[in-house]
Design a protein around this ligand. Structure first.
Ligand SMILES: Cc1cc2nc3c(=O)[nH]c(=O)nc-3n(C[C@H](O)[C@H](O)[C@H](O)COP(=O)(O)O)c2cc1C
Length: 128
């Protein structure tokens, strides 16, 4: 199992609601840092990050979504459960990470709670 905390309004969350299978793609030492920076700051609803970066999709072993050659440590997952966080139940000093004046469309902190996604890892491997 793994858990990932994804804000409710992220494009990533919309994709997960359409297809509950996903891959986690981890770079290796020496991988191009630009990839993580770009993927972590651009919105999938506005641009095709795979095409923009020229990433190479690789046939998966079990699930229906691909691995990525440039980020070779791959965990193929099937989502089992999604659990929304209750912002009011966070310690008061942590609630600053959910500024209610910042819309869902803002990158970084915004008004949206995180949803904890529980994934069963059905395959794990390092691409050549
Ligand atoms: C280092 C780093 C870590 C991040 N961690 C998370 C996270 O755990 N959950 C989340 O929802 N967004 C996180 N983000 C923000 C998203 O990666 C960012 O909003 C991205 O544009 C969302 O892409 P999407 O719209 O295609 O889903 C992180 C960004 C960076 C740079």
């Amino acid at each position: 199992m793994l858990t990932a905390c994804i804000r409710k309004g992220r494009h990533t969350m919309s994709l997960l609601r359409e297809n509950s299978e996903f891959t986690i793609n981890v770079p290796r030492e020496g991988s191009d840092k630009k990839i993580l920076g770009y993927c972590g700051s651009r919105f999938g609803r506005d641009t095709d990050k795979i095409a923009d970066l020229g990433l190479t999709l690789v046939e998966p072993q079990v699930v229906s979504v691909p691995a990525i050659e440039e980020m070779p440590l791959t965990l193929e997952c099937r989502m089992l459960y999604m659990q929304p966080q209750v912002i009011a139940d966070l310690k008061p000093e942590e609630q600053k990470w959910y500024p209610q004046d910042k819309p869902s469309t803002a990158g970084g902190s915004n008004k949206d709670e995180h949803i904890t996604v529980y994934g069963e890892i059905v395959a794990a491997y390092l691409l050549d």
